[in-house]
Design a protein around this ligand. Sequence first.
Ligand code: FE2
Length: 188
Amino acid sequence: MFKPSPRKLGHLVLTVRDIHASANFYTEIVGLTVSDWIDERMVFLRAGTDHHDLALAQLREGAPSDASQGGPGLEHFSYRIDSFEEMEKVVKHLQDNDVTIDRGPGKHGPGENCFLVFKDPDGNNVEFYCDMLEITEEKPYEAKVWKDGAETFDVWGFEKFAVPPPAHFRKPTSPPSGGRGRPPKVDG
Ligand SMILES: [Fe+2]
């Protein structure tokens, strides 16, 4: 029977109330380096050679303070696997075992990594990723600001997704209701 071969614990993504305050904290107090931004909605940080080992995502205005209610906290954590070929096998493996796939497979703009996010029995988001950009002294990288949108989230345009794209990337079928704020849009 197929079983994935996770190689190491990779990055995690935290939702935060004030992305600039948190980015400042993780660079100036913790000592991480900024790899990229997506507008003012996400920032990718690194301690080692992976493009990101921590990413921060801005919560919407008025989000609850309790992590269990959608407030600041862990959005997902991830394990590295060796190849996209393995990721495609993992999709079938998850489906065969009735595991809920949250998003993917796809390929992010920032970090260039392929991603597949699924739910553990308690609803935590677990990700497998592969092919992440490595940043070294020999291969330096200049941080940039990506445009927030579907092309940044999945450069493949959801072509390889095993589930429908996240709601905020779907084309609206009726005019927007004008409700207060958008849900947090989290990827990375
Ligand atoms: Fe991720």
